[in-house]
Design a protein around this ligand. Structure first.
Ligand code: NAD
Length: 490
């Protein structure tokens, strides 16, 4: 399969005529060639998006018509969910069961934000001056760059594209170099849904060659980025030079906190899915498990009983529980962190090494659990982005809060307790954009998602998110008589 860029509603070869290979993480085999775009392609894509934003059918639509098209796009994505899910599982090695769930769920973002398109309201502020009618309008920003990572390419794109389009913007999307194919299909389906050419454009390639020129481009007015902390920092600095709006969804080191009164069976399941789902390659992974002293040993026993039975394998098969590591650099990084944790004195009670599956070329890491972890160890502070759990102990609520908050990140946290008072006190004090009580790893289009501290800027999802793609204009209508001579002081 040889892909092309998707610009102005058409497939095009990259200007420099270069491609790179993308492999299936399970088999290790190359399955497609992806265009290696650069600044010249960015120029074409931004020009198409700018043109589509400024003239032609898109800006001429009423808000209701635009909303209808956005909702229609969601329906078309839903019709193609199985096909999109297959591409994603092939490209990033996530379990097909999960990519299918995600692909089916995409539609809801387009329904929700499509529904909001004609509910964007300005206001008529009270005035301190006579004979003036003042009103405000919430207007789209223009060309929005959407930059996404490899772990959930389409879901994280939907979080950006649905509100951006509903608000009337146009898009240039830059997917991860490891998982570009599903985003190219997404762009093609925007045309099938009836969105005008140029509204959704995709440039593929590497962060420095195509991502950076996109963020730098003067006609790009907003950058919605999901990815790692260091790329996020660079995007933020570059975008600031031109006063672009920025939303950043970055990494995490989320604490999953179990109190002694928790329903332990449920908490064990929450801890397992929190860290081992998607091989731990999720920003909201519950990568720190905080156990209250009195239940520490029993909980660990139950955790290991399940952990030892986890089945690694082919992401396409329903019996597989944990799939491969998506990329080779990520595989090396995970193994490095395992070595660091061992060197720091953490005790490895499960896994702790790579796994090989007979006859399979993909890269696997065994589900890994470290105990005797102390809060300042690197394994307790830094994001691994893999199936590696760090278990820490705490004695009471105050200590749990102190340990949970003592990291640079603040994306999410889980609390397991049957006490309402504890739950609410914890939810108040945890520095995290999302707090789950007696559940873990849920997200929805209806409620805001985003990070405290180094986990990001701004929010995606929920009604608030559409405001990240709008700017406010204040309009003054003078309804009085003659305009006074400005040179006579009154
Ligand atoms: P990454 O930062 O390496 O890449 C993300 C995207 O940014 C890719 O498309 C990449 O090509 C592009 N990019 C890299 N450098 C760039 C630059 N200087 N300018 C413009 N674009 C650039 O991240 P990744 O390895 O693809 O994904 C893993 C990271 O993403 C993890 O840290 C994870 O926590 C984070 N993540 C966060 C969320 C969230 O919602 N908070 C969700 C998923 C993943």
């Amino acid at each position: 399969m040889k892909y092309q860029l998707f610009i102005d509603g058409q497939w095009r070869d990259p200007v420099a005529g270069r491609w790179f290979e993308t492999a299936n993480p399970y088999t290790g085999e190359v399955w497609a060639e992806i265009p290696r775009a650069d600044a010249a392609d960015v120029e074409l894509a931004v020009a198409a998006a700018h043109q589509a934003f400024s003239t032609g059918p898109w800006p001429a639509l009423s808000a209701s018509q635009r909303g209808r098209l956005v909702r229609r796009f969601g329906e078309v994505l839903e019709q193609h969910a199985a096909e999109l899910a297959t591409i994603e599982a092939r490209d990033n090695g996530k379990l097909y069961a999960e990519t299918l769930n995600q692909a089916r769920y995409l539609c809801e973002w387009f329904q929700f934000y499509g529904g909001l398109a004609d509910k964007i309201e300005g206001s008529v502020p009270a005035m301190d001056k006579p004979d003036v009618l003042n009103y405000t309008r919430h207007e789209p920003l223009g060309v929005c760059a959407c930059i996404t990572p490899w772990n959930s390419p389409l879901l994280l794109l939907a979080w950006k594209a649905a509100p951006a389009l509903a608000a009337g913007n146009t898009l240039v999307i830059k997917p991860s170099e490891f998982t570009s194919a599903s985003t190219l299909e997404f762009a093609r389906l925007s045309i099938e849904a009836g969105l005008p050419p140029g509204v959704v454009n995709v440039v593929t390639g590497f962060g420095d060659e195509v991502g950076d020129p996109l963020v730098r481009h003067r006609k790009v007015r907003k950058v919605a980025f999901t990815g790692g902390e260091s790329s996020g920092r660079s995007v933020n600095v570059t975008a600031a030079a031109d006063f672009k709006r920025v939303t950043l969804e970055l990494g995490g080191k989320s604490a999953n906190i179990v109190f002694d009164d928790a329903n332990l069976d449920q908490a064990v399941n929450g801890a397992i899915s929190g860290i081992f789902a998607a091989s731990g390659q999720t920003c909201i992974a519950g990568s720190r498990l905080l156990l209250q002293d009195s239940i520490h040993d029993e909980f660990l026993e139950r955790l290991l009983a399940i952990g030892k039975r986890i089945r690694l394998g082919d992401p396409m098969l329903p019996e597989t529980q944990v799939g491969p590591i998506t990329t080779e650099p990520q595989y090396r990084r995970i193994l490095d962190y395992i070595a660091i944790a061992k060197a720091e004195g953490a005790r490895c009670v499960l896994g702790g090494e790579a796994a090989t599956l007979p006859g399979v070329g993909g890269l696997f890491v065994k589900p890994t659990i470290f105990t005797d972890v102390t809060p300042k160890m690197r394994i307790a502070q830094e994001e691994v982005f893999g199936p590696v759990l760090a278990v820490l102990r705490f004695k009471d609520l105050d200590e749990a809060v102190e340990i949970a908050n003592d990291v640079n990140y603040g994306l999410a946290a889980g609390v397991w307790t049957e006490s309402l008072r504890r739950a609410v006190r914890m939810a108040d004090r945890l520095q995290a954009g999302t707090v789950w009580v007696n559940t873990y790893r849920s997200t929805s289009y209806t409620t805001p998602f985003g990070g405290y501290k180094a986990s990001g800027l701004g929010r995606e999802n929920g009604v608030e998110a559409i405001k990240e793609y709008l700017q406010v204009k204040s309009i003054w209508l003078y309804t009085g008589g003659d305009i006074a001579n400005p040179f006579i002081r009154r």
